[in-house]
Design a protein around this ligand. Structure first.
Ligand code: MN
Length: 317
């Protein structure tokens, strides 16, 4: 795994004093055969709007390897968002879906009460893989909904001060995605495709947001961002300045604070330890159904540890 992009054009500026912005660094984690930078959740911040999980991986050189291999595993209570910058990934799930995804396309899986899926590089895969895997927590009123899968082959685009904007979910800069969401949120990619780009990014003041550089470097809210860092912007901001050198890609995620106490364990988003235990038991009992198109063994849930099932202290934090 190598990160090849670097650009000295963005001056390194620390978070201004009293700015209320928070800059954090991700940590490495292993998902199947892939090493990821886990940017969210943080110890002090479990979710931002409904976004409760942000993994950024690659660019990884998969040439001559079997590539990504994430065996079948279950989810409850969330949506998974798959977004690629390079490469291709084959998704298969317990609804019978088989879908190849490429850069610029969106795979949106609503787990609701329960779904299982696998993700793997196709047999003839691209040599480089680079992407993000995101989770959106479902609000209490929707989290037992029927599972569903959407593939959006093309998404609405806009221009914003030299950035090519693609809206994955929600609305930004006059472009609205029809991806199904269950609480007010936004997810967008900004790429400085034609050279250095600079804009005043419109924000919804009732949303909290996170920004990270997925490729190259960037500056947001006056703060320099490198790959692996995450900038948090609290609610109350109608806009923020964003700039990036040519070739850089910035991700924006935001939403209205969920105000619900989430319990994340393994691949489940729930509210109580009992729900988590029931989902793990159900998975091992085969209740999520088989995932077609995957030859190997499914994942097993790790042993339940009571210490890891403690609820966070502050609702919505
Ligand atoms: Mn998954």
């Amino acid at each position: 795994m190598s990160t090849v992009e670097a650009n000295p054009e963005v001056a390194a500026r620390p978070v201004p004093e009293n700015s209320e912005l928070e800059l954090t660094s991700g940590r490495d984690a292993r998902v199947g055969t892939i090493t990821v930078r886990r940017l969210l959740p943080l110890r002090m911040r479990r979710s931002v709007g409904p976004w409760c999980f942000v993994d950024h991986y690659g660019p990884a050189d998969l040439d001559g390897t079997a590539g990504m291999d994430v065996p079948p595993h279950p989810h409850i209570g969330l949506q998974t968002v798959t977004w690629l910058l390079r490469g291709n990934v084959l998704h298969s799930d317990s609804l019978g879906t088989e879908q190849l995804i490429r850069p610029g396309q969106l795979n949106l899986m609503t787990a609701g009460r329960g779904i299982a899926h696998a993700e793997q590089s196709p047999g003839e895969h691209e040599p480089v893989l680079h992407g993000v895997q995101l989770w959106v927590a479902l609000p209490d009123a929707s989290r037992h909904a029927a599972p569903a899968f959407e593939h959006h082959a093309s998404l609405p685009r806009a221009r914003l001060g030299g950035f090519a904007v693609t809206v994955l979910a929600g609305e930004l800069a006059g472009a609205a995605s029809d991806a199904t969401v269950f609480s007010p949120l936004v997810g967008a990619e900004l790429t400085a495709a034609d050279g250095p780009a600079e804009c005043v990014l419109p924000l919804r003041p009732d949303f909290e947001h996170i920004v990270f550089a997925a490729r190259g470097q960037a500056s947001a809210g006056g703060v320099a961002l490198s790959v692996g860092q995450l900038l948090y912007l609290p609610p109350g901001r109608p806009e923020t300045p964003v700039s990036a050198p040519g070739g850089a890609t910035v991700m924006l995620l935001g939403g209205a604070p969920l105000g619900e106490q989430l319990l994340l364990w393994w691949n489940f988003v729930a509210r109580t330890p009992a729900e988590i235990a029931a989902a793990a038991d159900g998975w091992h009992a085969g209740e999520f159904g088989p995932v077609g198109g995957y030859a190997g063994e499914p994942m097993r849930a790790p042993a339940l540890s009571p210490a890891r099932l403690r609820l966070p202290r502050k609702p919505g934090s």
